[in-house]
Ligand binder design. Structure first.
Ligand SMILES: [Zn+2]
Length: 284
């Protein structure tokens, strides 16, 4: 019983879990196993750990990589106390504060969500889960050595958050993108998004993608280069519309309400894109 894991390339597995519809990656090398993202509670992380132990070849997780700061990708970290944990330095800097905010929000509203696959019990577990902040941060690039292969981590700028990394397997064309790309839903513009930089960041990552790459999003099915390029274009259009409105002197309230046929996503889902861009464009 290996749970949801399926092998998408030689010794590279992905598991898609119902709570928050989140993906977990596993890369097995001759001298180590790396898990990419750990789900949203300690118990969910422990489930991942137990399922990995039953994969072939079996072994213990030696490394954890968090694609970015968000709770549904990091709160299972504590299930891997012996693993060396790595994330971008910006994600590490923001993690404790983000987790405290999410826990507070759960305490204020513990309603389950059928759409996002979590129950009130999942939220109670989330609140009780300890955070294991990665001890290893990097600024531009890092390598996770797994013996006969490696995971190459790269940072290309801000996007979904200010600390999203891409993790490329060295010997097969598989790259984990976290929530820089979404397949199951539209790109997520949260309170810590960086809407003006997102497209440029994806352009940089696209330039580094190996031929025939399979890109693993944080949520949803694996995608290809064309999908990434199309979503890059879409987040670029959002940035262009936001900039146009700011340059035209619109108020934030008006900008958030004004329809525009160029916008690829519903206005209601872009409130934080406008809010974050407005504060950035206003300057210090
Ligand atoms: Zn996220």
């Amino acid at each position: 019983m290996t749970g949801p894991f399926r092998e998408i390339a030689d010794r590279v597995f992905i598991g898609r879990y119902p709570q928050w519809d989140v993906n977990v990656g596993v890369v097995v090398g001759s001298d180590g196993i790396c898990v990419v993202d750990t789900r949203g509670t300690l118990k969910q992380g422990q489930e991942v750990r137990d399922q990995i132990a039953r994969l072939a070849p079996p072994g213990a997780v030696t490394h954890v990589v968090n694609t970015h700061v968000h709770f549904d990708h990091v709160l299972g970290n504590a299930a891997f106390p012996a693993a060396r944990k790595t994330a971008h330095a910006n994600a590490i800097a923001a993690m404790a504060g983000h987790i405290a905010q999410v826990k507070q929000a759960c305490l204020e509203d513990a309603s389950p969500s059928d759409e996002l696959g979590y129950t009130a019990d999942d939220l109670a577990e989330l609140v009780a889960s300890p955070l294991a902040v990665p001890e290893s941060g990097f600024a531009v690039s890092a390598v996770i050595d797994l013996g006969d292969r490696a995971l190459r981590l790269s940072y290309a700028g801000r996007g979904h958050t200010d600390g999203d990394l891409a993790a490329a397997v060295s010997d097969v064309p598989v790259v984990f993108f976290g929530d820089l790309i979404e397949e199951a839903a539209n790109p997520s513009y949260g309170t810590d998004c960086c809407p003006l930089d997102w497209a440029d960041t994806l352009t940089d990552h696209l330039a580094r993608l190996p031929g025939g790459a399979l890109v693993i999003p944080g949520h949803g099915l694996p995608v290809d280069r064309d999908f990434v390029a199309a979503q890059r274009d879409a987040v670029g259009i959002v940035a262009a519309v936001v900039r146009d409105r700011h340059t035209a002197g619109m108020s934030l309230a008006d900008a958030m309400r004004e329809p525009d046929t160029r916008l690829p996503y519903p206005l209601a889902s872009l409130a934080e894109a406008f809010t974050r861009a407005w504060s950035e464009l206003a300057g210090p």
